[in-house]
Design a protein around this ligand. Sequence first.
Ligand code: GDP
Ligand code: GDP
Length: 451
Amino acid sequence: MREPIIAIIGRPNVGKSTLVNRIVGARKAIVDDLPGVTRDRAYYDAEWQDQHFTVVDTGGLVPREHEEFTSQINQQVDVALEEADVVILVVDGQAGVTALDEEIVKQIRPLKKPVLIAVNKIDNREQLGLVPEFYQLGLSSELIPISAMHGTVGVGDLLDKVMTAVQDLNNPEISMQPPETSAIRIAFVGRPNVGKSSLVNRLLGEERTIVSDIPGTTRDAIDSEVLWHDHDFVLVDTAGIRRKSKVSYGVELFSVDRAIRSLKRADVTVLVIEAIEGVTDQDKRIIETSNQYGKALIIVVNKWDLVEAKTPKSTKEFIKEIQHEAPHGRFAPIVFTSAKTGQRVEKVFELALKVYENNHRRIQTSVVNQVLLEAYTLSPPPPLKNKRFKIYYGTQVDVAPPTFLLFVNSDKLLKESYRRYLEHRLRENIDFEGSPVVLACRSKDEKDTKG
Ligand code: GDP
Ligand code: GDP
């Protein structure tokens, strides 16, 4: 097996060459020994904790004054694309996020290679406060503070993480990115007899035979694959397994644990309830757990055929009641189905696609800040003990669930009611229907030198 190749990229002057020197020490570039390599990059042998690897330095050989930034960056991206196993993106912690950093991220994101972000020029502990700003770049990678020049901070940590990333590459069980075409997994959960299996059978389009009808089986759920309008779905049915135990126990025991295990493996939680019975305490627990795991959520009110005298008003009242009973699931779309007649059952696919998309939605930092600024201006929080909660800016740092990091003066000044207000404003402006939204705060107060 060849040695792993680590590419070090970043805009000019962030400290790439300094970092390369720090990593490779006195070793000489091996550029001349390799046939067919181009002159715009240097290769070095390096070693960390007895592991050998090759470092590609893309910056060193480019005559900066003759080269446009963008073409330099294109070259770097090409190198990363062609050769690297792991990419280290170096940014300048003292300078903060620049447009060029964002440009580089935009270009490397589609490569689907592990990227570590080294926030350089963090020469002492006091400067650690400069690091979180780079979450703004929106890569899900961890930020590793380093001082390439002084080597006192982080370079060892960085190399440890590089080695871990390399090992993960060689481990087929850990894939860095889920495959592009992966199916959307939908877990059907809810109390016994609400019609989960009937719904799944309807969606599968045929009466399904239960494959694991063995007493004492330890499987939690049956997974079935189905194609709907060119979209791949896996339906996870937690009910199909327990037919036998139903016989022996008389009444089936409702296992919230089992529901939780299956929704953990899914992208979308479909909570099935019965029109007549409404939301139970167990349903509420499922909703809360689904939110905790950041899963998208749909509420299906089944056995709608049993409800007499249905009017548009009755659905509205049902919705109001469900939202009142289960406030944590307010963001979830609600659909009224009959697995018996098939009414609106296919709508579950349509909604699953939609909430999945919303759960993976990425919002530009500029838009996030526009919404936050508007929300704040419209209704600033009341001061707490003479101090007012302030937001400097916010940025989305993750998807599934969409997670926003707000840089604030002090998170202690943020009250739950105001957090909910901000979430509400985000939802009003951006379609997050069916997805939980997380707002996290980072206090900047004393450390903030920019005022
Ligand atoms: P490159 O263009 O990305 O290869 O950047 P260089 O390695 O040439 O470094 C650019 C400038 O940043 C030089 O003046 C370095 O001395 C300085 N520099 C590099 N690393 C650090 C660091 O960790 N702390 C500080 N304070 N300066 C650094
Ligand atoms: P599960 O335990 O949640 O998987 O529920 P099942 O799918 O086994 O359904 C329980 C019972 O409810 C069965 O007798 C179904 O025939 C019946 N059932 C399921 N869906 C509906 C529906 O939409 N309307 C009516 N009337 N009965 C239904």
